[in-house]
Design a protein around this ligand. Structure first.
Ligand code: NDP
Length: 453
C-alpha cells in the first residue's frame, strides 16, 4: 500500500465522526501523491503525513453567558492550533450552530496550506463556537464574546496565535473579543486581525477576501485564456463579507454579477446586483434578502428549495461560490457545465463537494479551490500584523496594491508547482494539485529543518 493510502486509512479510523475533516484530508493527500511518491523514503522516515494531519493541539471549552432574559446559556468553544512550522497560528473564528470539532479541524487543516501559499510567515489554526449570533442583541453578543475570550486568551498572543473573523464573526465581534483580551492580559497587542481602524485594524482588510478572489480570477483567465475578466457575466453565492466585496470588485472591473444568496434564499437580478443596496440590507440592517427584493423591482427572490439555493442554474461565464462548505454539489456542477461555465473560483472554504470538483475539472472547467482563491483575506490579515508590529498604518492603496501582487504571485507559484509535477486535468492545469503542492512544500521543508516536534 502506498504511504498516502496507509496514512489515509489511519486518519479515517481515528476521525471517523468528522466527515468534513476527512473530505479535506483526502482531497489534499490525493493531490499530493506525485510529491510524496518522489520523496517517499524521507517523508515516511520523518512521519511527515502523520504529523501534518494531526493538529498540534485542540482546545475545547465551555462558554457560559447570560441572555437578555437573565437565563444562563452554554455554548462550546474551540481553537485548533494545527501547525506553526512557518509562523504563529493564524485563522478565523466561526460562530455558527453547525460548528463542531470536525468542521474546525477541516478549516484549520486547509488553513495551513492556504497560509503557506500567501508567501507570508503564518502557520495554520481555526476556532469558533456553535453559538448562533442571529437574532441576538448587541449586549448578548458582547456577553458571549467576553466569555469566549476569557478562556481563549490563555492560548493566544501576537507571536503565538492570532485569530480573525469568519462566518458570524465580523467587526463587532472582533471589537468585543479584543476589548476582553486587553482587559484580562493588560496588553495592547495585535492579537486579533480584522480590528476596527481606530485600534490597529488595516485598511482594505474588510474588502480583501472578495477583492483578492477577483484579482486571482482575473489573472488566471488572462494567463490561461488570454481573455479579460471585464465583460463577463458571473454567478456569486452568499451575501456576507466575501460575497459582497467580490461583487463590488467584480463590478469595478466591468463584470456583471447576477446572483447572491443567504441561508434562506437567493436573488437573481439580470441587470446586475445593486451592491450598495446589498450592503445596506446585510451590513447595516442585518436583514434577509427579501428586503433587497422588496427594494429592487428587477430582482427575483426565491426561497431555498429542499434546503438548497438555486444560484447555479443560470447561464453565465464564471461562478464564484462565496457562502459556505458543500453548497455546490454534483447536480449543480452538471448544470454549470451544461450552461457553458468556463471557470469556478472558490471564495468560500470548500463550497464544492469532491464529486462536483472532479466533474468540473474533468469537463474542462478551470477550477480553483478556496485555499488559493480566497487567500487574500488571511494575506491581508498578515499585513495587518506587520502594521501592528511596526505601529504604523498603511494607506488603502498600499495594502490593496500588496494584495493584488500577492494574488498574482499565488497564481504564478501554483502554476509553477503544477507544471513541475505535470499536474493537468481535463486538458487544463490542475490548480487544486498545484495549490496543495506549493503550500505543502514550504511547510514540509520547515518541518524537516526543525526536527522531530
Ligand atoms: P459571512 O458570515 O459574512 O457570510 C456567510 C454567507 O453565507 C451569508 O450570506 C450566509 O447567509 C451564508 N451562509 C452561512 N451558512 C450557510 C449555510 N449553512 N447555508 C447557506 N448559506 C449559508 O461569512 P464570510 O463571507 O466571511 O465567509 C464566507 C465563506 O468564506 C466561509 O466559507 C468562510 O470560511 C470563507 N472565508 C472567509 C474569509 C473572510 O475574510 N471573511 C477568508 C477566507 C475564507 P446568512 O446571512 O443567512 O447567514
Amino acid at each position: 500500500m502506498s504511504y498516502v493510502d496507509e496514512v489515509l486509512e489511519v486518519v479515517r479510523k481515528k476521525n471517523a465522526d468528522q466527515p468534513e475533516f476527512l473530505q479535506a484530508v483526502t482531497e489534499v493527500l490525493d493531490s499530493l501523491r506525485p510529491v510524496i511518491d518522489a520523496n517517499e523514503e524521507l517523508y515516511r522516515k520523518n512521519a511527515i503525513l502523520e504529523r501534518i494531519t494531526e493538529p498540534d493541539r485542540q482546545i475545547m471549552f465551555r462558554v457560559p453567558w447570560v441572555d437578555d432574559n437573565g437565563q444562563v446559556q452554554v455554548n462550546r468553544g474551540f481553537r485548533v492550533q494545527f501547525n506553526n512550522a512557518i509562523g504563529p497560528y493564524k485563522g478565523g473564528l466561526r460562530l455558527h450552530p453547525s460548528v463542531n470539532l470536525g468542521i474546525i479541524k477541516f478549516l484549520g487543516f486547509e488553513q495551513v496550506f492556504k497560509n503557506s501559499l500567501t508567501t507570508l510567515p503564518i502557520g495554520g489554526g481555526k476556532g469558533g463556537s456553535d453559538f448562533d449570533p442571529k437574532g441576538k442583541s448587541d449586549r448578548e453578543i458582547m456577553a458571549f464574546c467576553q466569555s469566549f475570550m476569557t478562556e481563549l486568551c490563555k492560548y493566544i498572543g501576537a507571536d503565538v496565535d492570532v485569530p480573525a473573523g469568519d462566518i458570524g464573526t465580523g467587526a463587532r465581534e472582533i471589537g468585543f473579543l479584543f476589548g476582553q483580551y486587553k482587559r484580562i492580559r493588560g496588553m495592547f497587542e495585535g492579537v486579533l486581525t480584522g480590528k476596527g481602524l481606530s485600534y490597529g485594524g488595516s485598511l482594505a482588510r474588510t474588502e480583501a477576501t472578495g477583492y483578492g478572489l477577483c484579482y486571482y480570477t482575473s489573472e488566471m483567465i488572462k494567463c490561461m485564456k488570454n481573455e479579460t475578466f471585464a465583460g463577463k457575466t458571473v454567478i456569486i453565492s452568499g451575501s456576507g463579507n466575501v460575497a459582497i466585496y467580490a461583487i463590488e470588485k467584480a463590478q469595478e472591473l466591468g463584470v456583471k454579477v447576477v446572483t447572491c444568496s443567504d441561508s434562506t434564499g437567493w436573488i437573481y437580478d439580470p441587470n446586475g446586483i445593486d451592491v450598495a443596496l446589498l450592503k445596506e440590507v446585510k451590513e447595516v440592517k442585518r436583514a434577509r434578502l427579501t428586503e433587497y427584493a422588496a427594494a429592487k423591482s428587477t430582482a427575483e427572490y426565491h426561497a431555498k428549495q429542499n434546503g438548497e439555493h438555486g444560484v447555479w442554474q443560470y447561464k453565465v461565464d464564471l461562478a464564484l461560490p462565496c457562502a459556505t462548505q458543500n453548497e455546490l454539489d454534483i447536480d449543480d456542477a452538471k448544470m454549470l457545465v451544461a450552461n457553458g461555465v468556463t471557470s469556478v473560483t472558490e471564495g468560500a472554504n470548500m463550497p464544492t463537494t469532491l464529486e462536483a470538483t472532479k466533474y468540473l475539472q474533468e469537463n474542462g472547467v478551470l477550477f480553483v479551490g478556496g485555499k488559493a482563491a480566497n487567500a487574500g483575506g488571511v494575506a491581508t490579515s498578515a499585513l495587518e500584523m506587520s502594521q501592528n508590529s511596526e505601529r504604523l498604518s498603511w494607506t488603502f492603496e498600499e495594502v490593496d496594491g500588496k494584495l493584488k501582487g500577492i494574488m498574482e504571485t499565488i497564481y504564478a507559484n501554483i502554476s509553477d508547482a503544477a507544471k513541475r509535477y505535470n499536474a493537468t486535468v481535463g486538458g487544463n492545469t490542475d490548480y487544486v494539485a498545484g495549490a496543495n503542492i506549493a503550500g505543502f512544500e514550504k511547510v514540509v521543508n520547515a518541518m524537516l529543518a526543525q526536527g522531530v516536534c
